[in-house]
Design a protein around this ligand. Sequence first.
Ligand code: ATP
Ligand code: MG
Length: 424
Amino acid sequence: MSNGFVHAVRGMNDVFGDQSWWFDRLELVARNLLATYGYTHVRLPVVEKTELFCRSIGEVTDIVEKEMYTFADRNGDSLTLRPEGTAGCVRAAIENSWLAAGAQKVYYLGPMFRHERPQKGRYRQFYQFGVETFGMAGPDIDAELIMITARLWKQLGIEAKLLINSLGSANDRSAYREALTQYFSAHYDLLDEDSQKRLHKNPLRILDSKNPELQALIQQAPQLTDWLDDHSKQQFSGLLAQLDAVGIPYQVTPTLVRGLDYYNDTVFEWVTTELGAQGTICAGGRYDGLVTQLGGKATPAIGFAMGMERVVALMQLAHAQQTPAIQVYVIASGEQAQQKILALTEKWRDEVPNVGMMVHHGGGSFKSQFKKADKSGAHIALILGDDEVTQQTIGVKFLRNDQEQITLNWAEVPAWLRCQITND
Ligand code: ATP
Ligand code: MG
């Protein structure tokens, strides 16, 4: 606190260095992948009216009960920093009449805010990459979303396990809810305080409890699967058949109920044991009732969101090294060389636009410049001295193997660079 330094808000982190590199990589790969499946990017507000989240997420949920950043704006309206993306996306779909144009497939990414206890993998500002689809009743679209995530893990070089369940319809759930309330009431004394509170308000949420002491009781509770109607059963078996057809393994998990109220039928989570307690990297589900609940016309919908910090952490565990963005480091020494180097490299960039080429700035001895070149990850150093300027040549030193140094004429450089890049 001395010197009046103002720290960041607890649980809200700066992303830089290695972590930032992996974030960018995840973002790039995920965006490209979604584009190849025909999904379009939407940018949505970070702030919405509080009521939107209360009405969609549900009053008796962790998020609405205790995690929202809610404040009165200068007009006195109650606003909330978005704790998740689905509610805002549904609002946008209704507000902008996306649904009139037929089925929609969109994705978004950006910060979400929840007032939770900060710990590894759990922050107050965190990033989600989310996908939402509207107007398709499934189960083929449910399968596509899971296939996209499976392909994403493959492209990122990480592994996760798929847990899947069906929550059935609202009707199925209310019959099940009674059975569940009876069961837990009979074991009231074994419940923790949270679960006792939830018993009559929302007993399904007890199944979601992370309390290890409750797990045995939860395992023996009646299972929702036994309450599903024919339609839900068909949806679920249809989805599982699609996953079997492409060889995506899954574990049917009857206790998977998800922490939000708006889901029906398909719910799924991708989990890993490599990140400790915060092991869910991606979660999703069908929410056919939400569009009407928020004032739109009945529209089937399904989506998922992944926690980007957790996916990034997995990527960092799985990969020792980054792919360097810089292939070529350019060193100039001597007055004429320093004057010439930018004009030269700019010309080469015109001709080889995708070359990762960093020009050394700030002078220094050859030795210190070579150190920087090495640190940059580049495998080639281009070296320009005053003699080279006179001869219109440049020296090439290979930084990652013992190939001998060569000299190129300036005119040869673009073609040579192009060749180096494609050889990668
Ligand atoms: P959890 O059980 O870990 O609290 P959740 O069910 O509250 O997760 P969702 O609302 O389904 O999470 O959000 C989707 C994903 O976003 C999660 O699976 C997780 O990867 C990530 N996520 C959720 N909350 C946080 C947080 N506070 N910090 C970092 N990532 C988070
Ligand atoms: Mg949570």
